[in-house]
Ligand binder design. Structure first.
Ligand SMILES: [Zn+2]
Length: 322
């Protein structure tokens, strides 16, 4: 029994070992198969991640480069569906991946070059972008103040822009002609400056501008082709239709980003007029300075020399709006 028992046990042991070996082989084979499946899934997932990220910056490209080489035909590209050779596929994949990376790099380059363009434009602007001051006088021409303004401008050899009213051009034709003769800019500021009339409707608004341009040409005795307009009271809260009406006339409107405050009362002191210009000019490179040349604005003339000297000393060049 003992011998048999041993013999029996030996046979049983061999059977069991065989079974264990068989199980191990099955498990091992199964694992290889499963691994293969799993790895494809992982790679699909990675590819998706990589694709998502690769449309963005350099960090994403780095991630893209780390994506394992994919051997699944479907993943590589629809173009490669006919290719079955894994080697070729992986080669193609490398090409694709390289191409994608190049595209991404190109994209980055584009972004960089866009940035460069912006920078260079900025540089260009900054080099060209001198400090410019546009002195503008509204509501004239007037019989007393406008000639005095012209005298000061002449003394400094500076050109300004006069936003004239059609009715005042008709009233003071010779002063208006002097503005033109002395090389200043002529701009349109409506005919009547009467808010109720000007802003009664788009039609009346357009007519105010048109009539003023007509008066300008008539008094000047030549076609002035006036392009600049300023809304009485500024464009700030004006309806879109009015702004479009200006454009439809082939004109541009200008507000201001600096002022002497001469509209804030009668006979505002010379000191406060100059101070207001300094304060509102700040560090702006381009200044459109609002002033008035109606007969009531005599202190504007008084403050003009000091205002010009201040701006000149700050490095501003004087230009006209046309
Ligand atoms: Zn005005």
């Amino acid at each position: 029994m003992k011998k048999n028992g041993v013999h029996y046990n030996k046979q049983k042991l061999i059977k069991m070992l065989s079974l264990i070996v068989a199980i191990i082989i099955i498990i091992f084979a199964g694992e290889i198969f499963y691994d293969n499946l799993l790895s494809k899934n992982v790679k699909i997932k990675d590819k998706k991640i990589a694709t998502t990220y690769s449309s963005n910056g350099s960090m994403e490209i780095e991630k893209y480069e780390n994506v394992p080489e994919v051997k699944d035909e479907k993943i590589v590209s629809n173009k490669n569906n006919k290719i079955n050779n894994n080697k070729e596929l992986s080669k193609d994949k490398q090409v694709n991946s390289k191409k994608d990376n190049e595209e991404n790099l190109d994209k980055n380059k584009e972004q960089v070059s866009d940035k460069d363009n912006i920078d260079s434009n900025k540089d260009k602007e900054e080099s060209v972008d001198k400090k410019i001051a546009y002195l503008t006088f509204d509501d004239g021409p007037s019989a007393i103040v406008t000639p005095k303004v012209l005298d000061v401008l002449k003394a400094y050899d500076i050109k300004a822009t006069f936003f004239v009213l059609g009715k005042n051009v008709e009233e003071n034709p010779n002063i208006f002609k002097r503005i033109i003769e002395e090389g200043h800019g002529i701009a349109n500021h409506s005919y009547s400056h009467n808010y109720k009339q000007v802003y009664n409707s788009v039609e009346s608004f357009t007519e105010e501008i048109r009539k003023t341009n007509e008066t300008i040409d008539k008094v000047a005795g030549k076609k002035m082709n006036t392009k600049a307009f300023r809304f009485p009271g500024g464009s700030f809260e004006k309806k879109k239709e009015y702004k479009e009406a200006v454009k439809n006339l082939g004109m541009e409107f200008y507000d201001w980003n600096c002022l002497n405050g001469d509209a804030e009362g009668h006979n505002v002191s010379k000191e406060s007029l100059v101070e207001k210009v300094k304060k509102t000019a700040g560090n702006q490179k381009k200044l459109i300075i609002l002033m008035h040349d109606t007969n009531a604005k005599i202190t504007t003339v008084d403050a003009l020399s000091e205002t010009i000297e201040y701006l000149r000393d700050k490095g501003y060049e004087f230009r006209i709006l046309e």
